[in-house]
Design a protein around this ligand. Structure first.
Ligand code: ACO
Length: 436
């Protein structure tokens, strides 16, 4: 970041002396006012619940222009990455800053595929869960448990440990998600097949059984790979900020990523794809396209507590570029599976059209986000709804690690420790029990 020529001056109406605050430029995007010395200079904190105006770090990984509907990983537009690259190339880009050349790709793919198996002991750990446990509950446990298996990569301050933990996490997430699925349906776990692509191997571990040959469908493989690319990183969202905050205490990378998984689970974040599909299912059950009007009425009624899931985004206020790519993939997958007339897809398209013309959504700049269509794609692939968020976690793992590594390598890195505006009781004395 570069110091700007101008500075901000904060003045007070009560006559307290004003203070000058430095302003920095990034390479693109809004400037920031540096308030680090504000407390020392004025005895005041800033107040910004939900981080609406606060940059919590500097980062060179992902850039979003919410007004333009632009998403860049290391400067490359998401549309180009989704069309010209695969997920592991995207992982290389996010982790090391550059797309790999042929040799670098070969080496990276080799390193990742060499780590796809998990310790055999992991399946006994898995058995402790109820069969009907939510996959995200299982994933939070399994990812956290990795730190108990890999003592040689738990020192977050050691770059070699961080590197091997990164490769292990990227390699093992598909294996863990597939194991969580196989466990809930009572089928045997399928070992990874390292001659398959990253997405192909995941499909194999999910849908193959030991009794039959499983052939990976290239259309579904590409669709899944695209889902992984579109979800790989998204700058300082809630789960990524959670990973950074958790990792800032010096905890090990597996524990920090497990915290990210836990945060992602929420319906306002990664759980939205599951919630969006459930919402479409409910509208379908209650009358389908005919009833969209009634549903929209409910959404607009603040007291109903109903939201149009898969719509709206804290940053995108024009459109979510990932939603456009996902809609394309959705059409391809439904065609491949002979589901062009899928009622939920038709319902989603009709709902989107009506919402985009409705003043409530237009005036609030609410557009479909990536999750509006990703659920329909995953369902068509045969992925059960509760697994959607676990697949999001799988894809986002690389972003979390890249951001964690960037934070640890940042000379300005400190333990994250927000302050507060205290509104509770002033000091008071504990009364004896009889007087309370
Ligand atoms: N349906 C109906 N109204 C909405 C929606 C929605 N999906 N999203 C926002 N609004 C309304 C709010 O009620 C508010 O209206 P008001 O100004 O009259 O009070 C206005 O739009 C602004 O919304 P906020 O909640 O202030 O926006 P915020 O940036 O805090 O929230 C969020 C963003 C959480 C994503 C929100 O849009 C939402 O809950 N969407 C549905 C869940 C979802 O799809 N999440 C996925 C996010 S993408 C991801 O994680 C990959």
């Amino acid at each position: 970041m570069k110091l700007a020529d101008n500075k901000a001056t904060l003045s007070f109406s009560n006559g307290s002396p004003s203070v000058d605050l430095p302003v920095y430029h990034g390479s693109v995007g809004p400037d920031v006012v540096d308030i680090r010395k504000l407390y020392a200079q004025t005895g005041m904190f800033t107040y910004d619940p939900g981080f609406l105006s606060t940059a919590a770090c500097q980062s060179a990984i992902t850039y979003i222009d919410g007004d333009k509907g632009e998403l860049l990983y290391r400067g490359y537009p998401i549309e180009q990455l989704a069309t010209n690259c695969d997920y592991l190339e995207t992982c290389h880009l996010l982790l090391y800053g550059e797309l790999p050349n042929t040799d670098q790709k070969k080496d990276f793919v080799h390193r990742v595929t060499n780590h796809t198996m998990v310790n055999e002991q992991m399946q006994f750990f898995l058995r402790g869960f109820r069969r009907d446990a939510h996959p995200m509950a299982i994933m939070t446990g399994l990812v956290g448990a990795l730190s108990a298996f890999y003592h040689d990569s738990t020192d977050i301050n050691n770059p070699e440990h961080r590197e091997i933990a990164a490769i292990r996490l990227i390699a093992k997430m598909p294996t863990l998600v597939a194991m969580a699925y196989k466990y809930t349906v009572g089928q045997p776990y399928m070992y990874p097949k390292n001659n398959l692509s990253y997405a192909g191997n995941f499909l194999h571990m999910m849908f193959a059984t030991p009794c039959e040959e499983y052939k990976v469908n290239p259309v579904l493989e590409r669709a899944l790979d695209r889902i992984f690319i579109l979800h790989a990183d998204h700058e300082q969202n809630a789960s990524t900020s959670t990973v950074r905050l958790c990792g800032s205490s010096g905890t090990n990378p597996f524990a920090a990523i497990a915290a990210g998984v836990a945060c992602l689970w929420g319906p306002a974040h990664g759980g939205a794809n599951e919630a969006a599909l459930n919402m479409l299912g409910d509208i379908q059950k209650n009358g389908g396209v005919e009833k969209i009007g009634d549903f929209i009425k409910q959404v607009k009624d603040k007291n109903s507590g109903v939201k149009l899931m898969g719509f709206g985004h804290r940053v995108y206020k024009n459109y979510d570029p990932r939603a456009k790519l996902m809609q394309e993939t959705c059409k391809e997958v439904l065609q491949e599976m002979g589901l062009e007339n899928d009622p939920l897809f038709k319902l989603a398209m009709a709902l989107e059209k009506i919402a985009l013309e409705d003043d409530y959504f237009v005036s609030r700049k609410l557009y479909p986000n990536v999750d509006f269509y990703s659920g329909i794609v995953q369902r068509a692939i045969g992925i059960p709804v509760p697994l959607f968020t676990a697949i999001f976690a799988l894809a986002r793992t690389v972003g979390w690690i890249a951001q964690l590594n960037e934070m640890i390598g940042d000379p300005e890195y400190k333990i994250g420790r927000p302050r507060q505006l205290f509104t509770g009781s002033t000091p008071r004395d504990v009364k004896p029990m009889a007087q309370r």
